[in-house]
Design a protein around this ligand. Structure first.
Ligand code: NAI
Ligand code: MG
Length: 362
């Protein structure tokens, strides 16, 4: 059966970057004896313009029934004044929620050619390749009770609650351990077990899953504040980091800046495996729709291209093709070709489509 891919280019630079992915997919179909069932549809502002809502039931239904969804970016000033319930971002939030995408994978890979773009010393990040697995559907962002209460006498109280159940911890831990098996067999689990009950439970349950199901994977634990320090002090000590929603939000953004530009960062969000053995999955660049540079053919398409490579690796079991894409990106960077966001002296500045050309050539 064909591999099914739903492409949702979205808004701003989303469609521009996705255009380059479409060309790489075309190259693969012509040269690698693979074929995809590709469907393309609307999300975000482009869906609001056509349907009045940021995503339709029909598109959500399609997303539920494909091997992978590849999304560009949503949002832009045109839709900034809409009511929150119909804002472009809601399209993405609904996809994540309806597909129950509980594991957010954020690789932090340092391309040596871009080592100068890092906020750290070259020797600290050269060769860096870590994967942060952030729990995405639970924790303090969703826990009840929550709200702002009036306590009288002009005093108000804001409340959020960190809640994790054992099944929520187990499923994200399994994703992390499985990833580690395909990498360097090391997982570092991060929480604040010293001050949080949910952290105590997290540590106990991750340990259980590790011992009973993944004895070959080395598991360590690190308090989240210490992990933030260690990420900056000596990032190459990590392989896979698994952590909750809040700490993962912060640690993954911290790790992102070890490697340079927003225009380079892919991500994956994974859900459960269904009866047919298919894992729900959404791939997207970390960056947004970049309205400040949209429509000018200058955006960096690499984050979206690398998101496609992640889809090849994790949803389609096409590791060789993923290596081809990632290797081509690396060679292009080594040859000195750069979009504006990663431009440096002595390099050659190119457009979005020229970057696509160069990657396809490699
Ligand atoms: P942004 O990521 O769109 O842009 C931040 C800065 O980085 C801008 O100066 C932009 O030009 C630059 N940049 C981002 N990606 C780039 C690329 N591929 N190549 C070259 N430069 C790039 O974040 P911002 O400006 O905060 O948000 C803009 C819009 O995007 C908003 O409507 C926001 O809600 C939305 N957004 C959507 C996200 C998504 O779809 N997942 C994530 C973040 C923001
Ligand atoms: Mg964040």
């Amino acid at each position: 059966s064909n591999k099914s891919l739903l492409i949702l280019p979205g808004d701003g630079i989303g469609p521009e970057a996705m255009g380059e992915v479409r060309r790489i997919v075309g190259w693969m179909e012509d040269n690698r004896a693979v074929s995809f069932d590709i469907d393309e549809d609307l999300v975000g502002g482009s869906s609001i313009d056509k349907h009045g809502i940021p995503i339709t039931d029909e598109v959500v239904d399609k997303a539920q029934n494909v091997d992978a969804v590849l999304l560009g970016a949503v949002g832009g000033p045109k839709w900034d004044n809409l009511d929150f319930s119909i804002k472009p971002e809601r399209g993405l939030l609904r996809l994540r929620k309806d597909l129950e995408l509980f594991a957010n994978l954020r690789p932090a890979v340092c391309f040596d050619a871009l080592v100068d773009a890092s906020s750290l010393k070259p020797e600290l990040v050269s060769g860096l390749d870590i994967m942060i697995v952030r729990e995405l559907t639970g924790g303090v962002y969703f826990g009840e009770p929550r709200g702002i209460e009036d306590l009288g006498n002009g005093i108000r109280r804001g409340v959020n609650t960190q809640v994790y159940t054992t099944p929520e911890i187990h499923r994200v831990a399994r994703v992390a351990f499985e990833l580690a098996k395909k990498r360097n067999n090391r997982v570092c689990s991060s929480e604040k077990a010293n001050v949080m009950e949910s952290g105590v439970l997290w540590r106990e349950e991750v340990t259980k899953i590790g011992e009973s199901e993944f004895p070959e994977v080395e598991l360590s634990h690190m308090y989240a504040d210490a992990a933030a320090m260690e990420l900056v002090r000596k990032p190459k000590q990590f392989d896979v980091i698994v952590t909750d929603n809040l700490f993962g939000d912060i640690l993954s953004d911290c790790a992102a800046m070890l490697t340079g530009s927003l225009g380079m960062l892919p991500s994956a969000s994974l859900g459960d495996v269904d009866e047919t053995g298919r894992r729900k999955a959404l791939y997207e660049p970390v960056h947004g729709s970049a309205p400040d540079i949209a429509g000018q053919n200058i955006a960096n398409p690499i984050a979206t291209i690398l998101s496609y490579a992640m889809a090849l690796r994790y949803s389609f079991d096409m590791g060789e093709e993923a290596d081809l894409v990632e290797g081509a990106v690396q060679k292009v960077l080594e040859s000195g070709i750069r979009t504006g966001d990663i431009m440096a002296t002595g390099m050659t500045q190119v457009s979005t489509t020229e970057m696509g050309d160069a990657i396809i050539r490699e």
